[in-house]
Design a protein around this ligand. Structure first.
Ligand SMILES: O=C(O)[C@@H]1CCC=N1
Length: 255
């Protein structure tokens, strides 16, 4: 048996960066794309050596593993009339749709269902990919493009949804800090480098010292009389740290 073929139902942003991540990670398996978004599918097929199927059913028939990468509101229409083989592996990358909700669709009743949430950074092999439940085939598949983290429960997978959002929020935080630096007169390049390396190098140092908590390192720097302490006190007083956890709380509790 060769490497299981992969079918993508839905060729939007998530499907596109996932396929790019797999190819950039050296995965050369057969990848079959659904035809509905014809322009995106043919572009991705050309860039990443995929095939565009004639129909969604052809995607299912030609693949051992199928990724559901449509918007939740399009799912019912997508599944209408589709026939999966019993035991076929179906990975849902739709945020906020539970296994129980997926199981309500007649088409999905006999398949092996797995949930995953690849962030955009898998395109460069750098994302955490939360997964539930454990599935060796999917761990191997997505291991090519990121660090797969198998969660112990679906509730914890929903917590990881908040981390998926954190990934997205990071861009806004970094951009806001770059914009502020530029308003002070810094060049675009210097502003970007200063912000990115300030945060990136903090992560690098902390990850070189796994025995230390991030808070320990922060407290070692923010000692009495420092500018760092003055600033973090101001951020805390403005709810600037707690606001992030509050948003995590909101998005990790779908419905
Ligand atoms: O924003 C979203 O809905 C998805 C979930 C995590 C990242 N993106």
């Amino acid at each position: 048996m060769g490497t299981p073929a992969l079918g993508m139902l839905g060729v939007g942003h998530l499907a596109t960066y996932t396929v790019k991540g797999l190819r950039n990670g050296g995965d050369t398996r057969r990848i079959i794309l659904s035809p509905r978004n014809a322009q995106a599918a043919s572009l991705l097929a050309e860039q990443c050596q995929c095939e565009v199927a004639g129909s969604n059913q052809a995607v299912v028939d030609g693949s051992e593993i199928i990724v559901l990468a449509v918007r939740p509101e399009s799912l019912a229409q997508l599944l209408e009339g589709l026939i999966f083989r019993p035991g076929q592996r179906v990975i849902s990358v739709m945020a906020g749709v539970s296994l129980q909700q997926l199981r309500q669709y007649p088409a999905l009743q006999a398949v092996t269902l797995v949930r995953a949430l690849p962030p955009a950074s898998v395109e460069v092999g750098a994302g955490p990919v939360p997964l539930f439940p454990a599935d060796e085939t999917v761990v191997t598949l997505f291991g090519a493009m990121g660090k797969v983290i198998v969660l112990e429960s679906e509730a914890l997978f929903d917590v990881a949804l908040a981390h998926g959002c954190l990934h997205g929020w990071s861009y806004f935080l970094v951009q806001q800090l770059i914009d502020w630096s530029r308003e002070q007169g810094m060049s675009k390049e210097a502003a970007r480098q200063m912000v990115v390396h300030s945060i990136g190098s903090a992560l690098a140092l902390a990850e070189s010292r796994p025995e230390l908590d991030y808070g320990d390192i922060g407290n070692g720097i923010a000692t009495p009389g420092t500018f760092t302490l003055k600033g973090i006190e101001q951020i805390r007083a403005a709810n600037g740290l707690q606001a992030w956890c509050d948003a995590m709380e909101t998005v990790s509790k779908p419905e």
